[in-house]
Design a binder for this molecule. Structure first.
Ligand SMILES: [Zn+2]
Length: 93
């Protein structure tokens, strides 16, 4: 199952932290939750000059990734799969 998160250039209100793409996600090692480096798939314009994700003919540049995508924490450099970033609900039995 692929997750699609639309690139948005509009800024979210500051108090609205992590309710969209990063909802319920944080680094499993250090807990950093502002940013995750993810290896994702997206459409780019490939020309002789190189690649351009914002080329005029790229009408849809959704970024696709899933729980098994490579992910890296920019804060502590932890590397793993994106699903490791999911905040697990602690179960007390
Ligand atoms: Zn981290």
């Amino acid at each position: 199952m692929l997750t699609t998160c639309r690139l948005s250039r509009s800024s979210m209100p500051l108090w609205n932290k992590n309710v969209n793409c990063l909802e319920s996600k944080r680094c499993p090692k250090c807990g950093y939750d502002d940013e995750i480096i993810v290896s994702a798939m997206m459409r780019v314009s490939l020309t002789d000059d190189g690649t351009d994700p914002y080329g005029d003919n790229v009408h849809q540049n959704d970024v696709e990734y899933n729980d098994d995508s490579y992910a890296k924490c920019p804060e502590c450099e932890y590397e793993g799969k994106l699903k490791e970033w999911n905040i697990k609900e602690e179960k007390h039995e």
